[in-house]
Write a protein that binds this ligand. Structure first.
Ligand SMILES: Nc1ncnc2c1ncn2[C@@H]1O[C@H](COP(=O)(O)OP(=O)(O)O)[C@@H](O)[C@H]1O
Ligand SMILES: [Mg+2]
Length: 231
């Protein structure tokens, strides 16, 4: 048995924070677990990430965008996720295929059935066992991300604005607010359509409250995995 857990939600909702906390909790309890992210998680996929999130690539066609995300996903699934699940481990992924449906489907208006077909090729049909949606009003999430971008922007020429190249503020973040509203609504619709797989949390709660709630709701399934031997 294995467990594949993904985190989804709008920008700045707390996915990366909670994915790391869950990883630390599970690893600390002695269970085999890896933490990875999309797009990225392998050297090839991280190279694709740079292209797809580069603010300089504003002219990227949405088909190119779909295929690049899918290519990064295919490599991550083949190289890391499938092999680790096969060993009986737990994989936590910061975003996965649902992000394609939310961003390129609901956000950009690409046909969902087409996206499902491409995703099937990329993943070979692999689906998360549990998907955690951290929902948050768009403005709150984006203002958190802007704050991070301002803190991390460093340049010998002085502070940069978040939109001028901080690694924390990318091409997708820079899209207009209505795009992010469609993404948020898309995630809510995806979760409502498949309640058995999704857990929905309110990202406005404290980090501790969210972490506790996630753990309470998935603990039983983690404890069903064979722990690492202590020899
Ligand atoms: N529940 C929370 N309350 C307040 N701030 C939070 C919360 N969760 C995360 N943050 C902060 O918001 C910013 C974005 O969090 P992050 O986990 O990177 O979001 P995401 O990965 O969803 O974009 C970080 O500065 C993080 O410390
Ligand atoms: Mg993140």
């Amino acid at each position: 048995m294995s467990l594949f857990i993904t985190f989804e939600g709008p920008e700045g909702s707390g996915k990366s924070t909670q994915a790391r906390r869950l990883y630390e909790r599970i690893a600390g309890a002695g269970y085999p677990v890896i933490l990875t992210r999309e797009p990225g998680g392998t050297p090839i996929s991280e190279n694709i990430r740079r292209i797809v999130l580069d603010l300089g690539n504003g002219e990227m066609d949405s088909t190119t965008e779909v295929l690049l995300f899918s290519a990064a996903r295919a490599q991550l699934v083949a190289e890391r996720i499938r092999p680790y699940l096969k060993l009986g481990g737990i994989v936590i992924c910061d975003r996965f295929a649902d992000a394609t449906y939310a961003y390129q489907g609901f956000g950009l208006g690409r046909d969902l059935d087409e996206l499902r077909a491409v995703t099937q090729i990329a993943t070979g049909g692999l689906m998360p066992d549990i998907t955690i949606l951290i929902d948050i009003p768009v403005e709150i999430g984006l203002s958190r991300k802007r704050a991070v971008a301002e803190r991390t922007a460093v340049s010998p020429l002085g502070p940069r604005t978040p939109t001028s190249g901080s690694p924390e503020w990318n091409r997708l973040d820079a899209r207009e607010a209505v795009f992010h509203e469609r993404v948020r609504g898309g995630y809510q619709a995806l979760a409502a359509a498949e309640p058995g797989r999704w857990l929905v949390l309110d990202g406005r709660e404290s980090m501790d409250a969210i972490a506790t709630s996630i753990w309470q709701q998935i603990q039983r399934r983690v404890l069903a995995i064979t722990p690492l031997s202590r020899s």
